[in-house]
Design a binder for this molecule. Sequence first.
Ligand code: CA
Length: 153
Amino acid sequence: MHKLNLLVVFWSLCQFANSMSTDDQEIGAVKWATKFEIQIGNKFYHFETNKANWFQAANHCRELGGYLLNFESSEEMDAILPILPQGQIQFWTSAHCLSGNRKFISVTSGEPMPYMRWFPNEPNNLNNNEFCVELRINGGALNNIHCTNKWTG
Ligand SMILES: [Ca+2]
């Protein structure tokens, strides 16, 4: 586990969704074990402690061979939350509405987000300028927020 040395940071939360056959999955597991060290079901996860805005986080996940995280179900969200570093921490998710129609699309799949657990009164689109979606560990829910936010601690 990485040492937490900042109170508020935006971190990247990448996934590698494994849709290969069982044999290939084992090979995939070895191949990805060092980069995507958390496995739940057939998905591998990795989080980064480098601060990044949403665009940087999305690109960084692609560089690693993964994508920013999609929550596909309530169960997946409940499973990953206790594993992540706890505190006033925000992780970027793959959800955005940059196309301007206020529909939240996954940059990972290009499809509407399969599951979104919002904080009460979210998504509020404060100042008409919140096009990306963060996961806040405190409260364990989603909030839409400015895509270029990059807290400096
Ligand atoms: Ca918001």
